[in-house]
Design a protein around this ligand. Structure first.
Ligand SMILES: [Zn+2]
Length: 309
């Protein structure tokens, strides 16, 4: 009995030190402890999980956009791979909920906080994205040379489905907004939609004009998504907690009002700074922040200039 206890104690110590070693290895790879703490796997519904990534305003707590983890019969589908260096953490988190291998990676759009750890997913892996996103990713240094194998091979223009029955995933493209290649991912059997950064947070969006983004078309694109995808009750969004479809409807109204206010300020000859100081939709949209107005207003000013020239 005593011998058994000693053996059990040794095994326990061994397991603890392996965990510690794994933790220290990660720490030595430079992943901030705060970001590791913010990166948790949460059950969304049935066979769908979300690996969180916190808010990008605190870079020490940031690991990237929210990651979808969908467990199908044939393996695990991962939607968005966070910043570079987070692949092993994603794999470790997935291991806590399933033994199945990852077989498919979907990138909602080109940004490095959603595509950064594609290269951690080796082997017989299928990479999927909207066709404009593939073109945007091809321009990134992170996918040059032998890293090109982590680029999407399977692409779509407007709509595509993967899998069948309860495992089916529908991918849609509804037009420009955050970039020109944002995919909307629907898990129809469990009534969940993943919006990527088309709905990242309750504030002005990032408008990436270099990758085809548009503040003027944004609300229309969200409207198309709302008109087409009616049978969902839960949203995994880009960089904040789970939301409801009514909150996406509100975001569409916010973006309609925001673009109209920026157009009016531009027409009145206001500078970007003056427009940023005078436009505040928070009273009409409780819980919304005013942290990201300036960059979005600048982007829409640039877009209006390009339209009139
Ligand atoms: Zn983004």
């Amino acid at each position: 009995m005593k011998r058994f206890l000693v053996l059990a104690a040794l095994i326990t110590i061994g397991a603890v030190s392996i965990t510690m070693a794994a933790f220290q290895e990660r720490a030595s790879q430079g992943l901030p402890a705060k970001a590791l703490a913010a990166t948790q796997i949460e059950k969304v519904k049935d066979n769908l999980y979300m690996i969180t990534g916190a808010d990008p305003t605190d870079r020490d707590a940031f690991s990237g956009g929210n990651t979808g983890v969908f467990i199908t019969n044939n393996g695990v589908v991962v939607v968005d791979t966070k910043l570079a260096g987070w692949g092993q953490v994603i794999l470790d988190k997935i291991k806590t909920v399933t033994d199945k291998p990852v077989v498919t990676i979907i990138n909602t759009h080109t940004h490095g906080d959603h595509t950064g750890s594609n290269e951690a997913f080796t082997g017989n892996m299928e990479f999927v994205a909207q066709e404009n996103t593939k073109a945007n990713m091809e321009k990134m240094d992170a996918f040059k040379g032998d890293k090109a194998k982590f680029l999407p091979k399977k692409t779509f223009k407007d709509k595509m489905s993967l899998g069948s029955g309860k495992d089916r995933i529908d991918l849609y493209y509804f037009g420009r907004g955050h970039t020109n290649g944002d995919a909307w991912i629907v898990y129809p059997a469990i009534r969940v939609m993943q919006t990527g950064d088309m709905f990242a947070w309750k504030d002005a969006p990032t408008l990436d004009r270099a990758n085809g983004g548009s503040g003027l078309e944004y609300a229309q694109t969200v409207g198309k998504a709302l008109a087409t995808i009616k049978d969902v009750d839960t949203l995994i969004v880009g960089h904040s907690p789970l939301r409801k479809p009514a909150e996406l409807q509100e975001y569409q109204r916010f973006m309609t009002d925001f673009a109209a206010a920026v157009r009016a300020a531009n027409k009145a000859g206001k500078s970007v700074d003056d427009a940023t100081a005078s436009i505040d939709l928070s009273p009409k949209y409780p819980g919304y922040k005013h942290d990201r107005y300036k960059a979005a207003i600048q982007a829409i000013y640039d877009e209006l200039k390009a339209v009139t020239n």
